[in-house]
Design a protein around this ligand. Structure first.
Ligand SMILES: [Zn+2]
Length: 335
């Protein structure tokens, strides 16, 4: 299933994400020769529609090619869910999320272990997994481990960072056994700024002589306390997207504007939504150990749902496909 390339196919960096499946034949691991060892590991398109990382890499490589130069450092590139990219979606219906396959036994164990086994044979400089934000969020770095190197790498990109302990099946966590490893959420898909900031980040990474080190106090560091799920089967919508008449037939109406306060601290008592069924039947908050902690975070007074404690929402999205596949939002706190 994994395709392996000793060098990039000639037209690779002029191929749009949509056409990569045709060119590569599936998820691919590609060596790109550069001047220095050990190689930098880059991964793009684990989510098929998150194309900024791919566009940025194409730009960086085309710029180098136009002056006949090679990158300052060797790169091992993993191009992920090209089948989903061909359809312009995060993942295909029924397909596993490519950023939830890097641990445990499941239908995609073989692909994940082939990639990890190959990487285990090489010393790596650092690893960078590039994503686009879901929902209106500032750009930020995701860490699965805090140390001077991951903090130093995060600061190359943003002062904002999130420590994610759960899910523990993400690629960045699997790679931390090999080298300093981070994920960047570069901004929304389709925003030229998302690609531009990824181009500068890649150019920065490729020219690093060594992995920078920094103290955690230099970052605005948050950690996820819990994930908020809309219970499957519940009919719901967002207050600003439906007429009052339509709103009256839904089990759950979520307060408009929460997406705009992603990464901003908000007070206990802030309105979160309105539920026509008991709260336990419409929303569920799960902590990092998958325990139901709904009542610690949300209060239900005659259907009016509000926050039970101060917190920082993140990755709040109004995209129903993402909500069904992943979650509505995370609740975080500043570390
Ligand atoms: Zn993603």
């Amino acid at each position: 299933m994994l395709q392996f390339f000793e060098r990039p196919p000639a037209t690779l960096f002029s191929t749009p994400a949509r056409d990569l499946e045709k060119l590569l034949g599936g998820p691919a691991l590609i060596h790109i020769a550069g001047r220095q060892q050990p190689p930098l590991f880059l991964s793009v398109l684990l989510h098929g529609n998150e194309t900024s990382g791919w566009q940025a890499l194409c730009e960086v490589m085309s710029k180098l090619a136009s002056i006949g130069a090679e990158p300052d450092r060797n790169v091992i590139l993993f191009i992920g869910n090209v089948a989903a990219s061909a359809q312009g979606v995060r993942s295909l219906p029924g397909q596993m999320d490519f950023n939830r396959i890097w641990r445990g036994e499941h239908g995609m164990t073989r692909l994940a272990s082939e990639v990890l086994d190959r990487l285990a044979q090489t010393q790596l400089f650092a690893a960078l997994d590039i994503h686009n934000n879901t929902g209106r969020n500032p750009h930020y770095t995701v860490l699965t481990q805090i140390n001077a190197a991951t903090v130093g790498l995060a600061l190359l990109f943003s002062e904002k960072a999130v420590l994610v302990e759960e899910p523990d099946t993400v690629l960045t966590r699997a790679l931390q056994q090999f080298c300093p490893s981070t994920t960047v959420e570069v901004g929304p898909v389709g925003d030229p700024q998302s690609t531009a900031r990824t181009v500068s980040l890649l150019e920065h990474y490729l020219t690093l002589e060594q992995v920078p080190q920094a103290a955690i106090t230099e970052l605005q560091m948050h950690h996820a306390l819990a994930r908020v799920h809309v219970i499957p089967g519940v009919s719901y919508d967002f207050a600003d997207q439906v007429s009052p008449r339509e709103a009256a037939v839904h089990d759950l109406i979520l307060t408009a504007g929460m997406e705009a306060v992603n990464f901003h601290p908000i007070q206990a008592g802030t309105e979160f939504g309105f539920t026509r069924k008991p709260l336990a039947q419409t929303l569920q908050v799960l902590d990092t150990q998958h325990r139901d902690v709904t009542s610690e975070f949300l209060l239900d007074k005659n259907g009016h749902v509000s926050l039970a404690r101060p917190l920082v929402p993140a990755m709040y999205t109004t995209d129903k496909a993402v909500i069904a596949q992943d979650c509505l939002c995370y609740f975080m706190e500043r570390i």
